[in-house]
Design a protein around this ligand. Sequence first.
Ligand code: ADP
Ligand code: MG
Length: 453
Amino acid sequence: MTNQQLWQAVLGELELNLTKANFTTWFKNTAISFVDGEKVFVGVPNTFTKAWLENKYHQSILKTLQKIVGPQIKEVVYKVELVKPQAQKATVVTSTAPTASPKPAAAETTPNRFGLNPKYTFSNFVVGKNNELAHAAAQAVAKNPGKSTYNPLFIYGGVGLGKTHLLQAVGHAILEADPTKKVLYTTSEKFTNDYVQAIRNRTTERFKQTYRSPDLLMIDDVQFMAAKDGTQQEFFHTFNELHQADKQIVMTSDRPPKAIPALEQRLVSRFEWGMIADIFQPDYETRIAILKAKCAERNLVLDQTIISHIATVVQNNIRELEGALNKIIAYEQFQHAPLSLELVKKTLVNQVLSGRRSATPKQLINTVAEFYDLRLDDLLGQSREKRLAFPRQIIMYLMRKELESSYPAIGQEIGGRDHTTAMHAFTKISREVETNDRLKQEIEQIKQRLFNG
Ligand code: ADP
Ligand code: MG
């Protein structure tokens, strides 16, 4: 394993416990410069980042390194140095040379000149029950950009489920069919930053030119579209202009448009114009298929029992599945031990445990209220309307199952209800989850939001 692969494995782990904004802010343009016995030297872009990593993230970084490499790692030293930037710029480029032969191997994860990750193509995307709708919609859009009824295409789902992958696959496919097309991939954060910068530098014309000219605009994670009026207004105009010109817009988000806080109504309604497709958690069979595909990509042959074990213990999302795989590879290479089921089990113990995090009943209630877009008063009040009673039961179920609260405590928390009400809710939802896939997905999404902040 190279230093780069090691750092990727560490980042993969850290990312699970940080908000996206924090993760990008503090870990962008960092890298391991070298490893010297028990010391790991991490290159950082500036003193500010250095201070933050030292003060805030040092323990997590050290622990993660130890988990991957082994306890022999004792020290992490942060050094300011120029780390190759990860080409995060959103740039509109029209390709001049035909992109006939995409080069394989080398620099696999370095984004290409469109800011697209070369790995995120349709051919690398495993289709399962969890993503077939989104996948079909994405393909329809790629075949007939701007002209299908799927404009905009809005893909939503929890973290690490393949939204970015699918989004970029559309970009790749469109370029492949017609290399003269202009495609632009960006995130809502980047869009916001660019807009703020443009105002500051009085370059709003150029900003407009950039964002209103592509044939395909891909905006990742629109839930982070800043509540700042100006940005949303600008996005509103960008959207209208592209849409009117039959240019394709594809967006992703961790939740449906309606549930994005502080998103202007006129944007919500536009996001709902075209097609909304969700991606949910992969079932066991899909997880197996994905693991097999990832092994094939890495020329790695794993025993069936090992694959089944990983697919059994890692259930949350595909990024974690990949993380688990990377960790296993890392262990094998650092410890020079042959890959046995035992070793894999040992490696993944932490993975399973680290998946559990704590939350308070209040946080749980707020998360559910926000998820279903309900007012707290209503949710905790006396009304038995189904739109309130059902989410209320979900809260009680989750308090029992995830927070391990006692029934009387749950009743108390939910507007002073009797403990039998809590028991009933728990039994009812437990039973329903077994048979209702949709509900199961909703509950998983709530849990993700609750525990992943
Ligand atoms: P999201 O944007 O939903 O958080 P990503 O698109 O970043 O998730 O996916 C996380 C990782 O999982 C990526 O490396 C991606 O390639 C991989 N992945 C997700 N879904 C699939 C899939 N269906 N087939 C193959 N790889 C996938
Ligand atoms: Mg993403």
